[in-house]
Design a protein around this ligand. Sequence first.
Ligand code: NAD
Ligand code: UGA
Length: 459
Amino acid sequence: MQVKKICCIGAGYVGGPTMSVIARQCPDIQITLVDMNAQRIAAWNDENLDNLPIYEPGLAEIVAEARGRNLFFSTAIREAIDEADMIFISVNTPTKNYGKGKGMAADLKFIELCARQIAEVARTDKIVVEKSTLPVRTAAALKSILHHTDSGVNFHILSNPEFLAEGTAVQDLLNPDRVLIGGEEPEAVEALANIYARWVSRDRILTTNLWSSELSKLTANAFLAQRVSSINAISELCEKTGANVEEVAKAIGMDSRIGPKFLKASVGFGGSCFQKDILNLVYIARSYNLHEVADYWEQVIIMNDHQKQRFADRIVQTLFNTVSGKRIAILGWAFKKDTNDTRESAAIYVADHLLNEQANIAAYDPKVPAEKVFMDLDQLNSRPAEENKQQVSVYGDPYEACKDAHAIAILTEWDEFKTYDWARIKAGMNKPAFIFDGRKLLQRRELEALGFQYYAIGE
Ligand code: NAD
Ligand code: UGA
């Protein structure tokens, strides 16, 4: 099976970078990235690369190289499906917010819509690739929709979950630990493997059955998130006992069986996927009556919510048990550095807790615009939008955000925060000047020497 044309449905954080990298590595394959969001497609086509809808280090350069050559962004979904030999489905699969499984199960309506559209439009055989993260056995539903057409078209379904992390997406795609392809028909699996093999060595291209591939993606995210919750649980114990979580993480991480990565204590993990994928895993386990399995994984989320809440509580307690009317500067709104993505960011929840205590919030993030901050808070429905407008201000300059603040909370580990003139910041603050470092980003000794009251996670 020769793949000359690819269509990818969903031009988001996964579809955008993944297709850009495939286009760069395979100049002879024509790739059309389609999306129903016309504004997003217009942004991908914007002449000014600063206006691309997704910020990822190195991405703009790749888009500049491939766009118009073999990489196209379009809203003409039907045409792109019709022309393609291979179709990636890379649409969002958020947690359901209605009906059965509300708050737990993955909402597959966008996936189903894609499958129905492919079934309706296709006139030639297609390889359909699940790129989105999906509940195990979703391929069975896709098959059922695709195979019940009278068109005589053959559909080959593959699962090819994506393991990139935001902020390092381009590097992760160029140099993946592994590429996972689940499928039943060897020729279709081989067709996809041949694409990756242009730049990934064969021993890193792993093939499995469909269900193992689908379940491996949920499992990988669950294990990663579990490590963060594990070290965050220990961070609370450190704060009570005089142990230092960084020292503990180093000591355990040097055990080659444990390993050093993903042991950074924080204000809690965010991002669009960890929570949604674990909730989905818990839901699936419960649906098979595996309640111990479900409870085990649910605890990862419970711990994460606790970490965000207790960080906010610590601010309130330290500020003499009230933040009412006090100005708290929040540095960092994105869920991690080097991305403009704020989905499920810890900053949203910490800010919300502080707003419940009637604090005034002054936020700054190098990549997140004010509209996004307000949208994130308004979506929680904790209070009327006008109150968020009154209590929250968003600044384009960190020094302005910190001016007259009673305390600063560092919620994203942006490198630039380390380079600030902290003496200047302190001079403009209310005294005593507090810093709550949710990322253990700054140096305690330096800040204390400047006269800050410095609190960090796990110390
Ligand atoms: P996203 O919301 O950024 O992008 C999804 C896009 O799909 C949106 O632009 C939306 O308009 C579009 N879309 C939805 N339904 C459509 C339809 N029927 N036709 C055309 N366009 C449609 O989401 P994302 O972050 O790219 O995630 C996509 C999937 O990849 C999810 O399943 C997610 O779990 C998974 N994933 C995400 C990451 C990540 O880092 N964000 C990493 C690995 C896997
Ligand atoms: C994560 C996984 O790392 C990817 O492999 C996966 O493809 C992706 O989810 C997905 O399916 O969406 P991502 O969420 O983009 O990637 O970023 P991570 O680097 O995993 O960070 C997630 C959150 O955990 C961030 O808020 C980060 O600050 C936090 N974290 C991470 C910690 O608090 N401590 C750590 O040691 C590591």
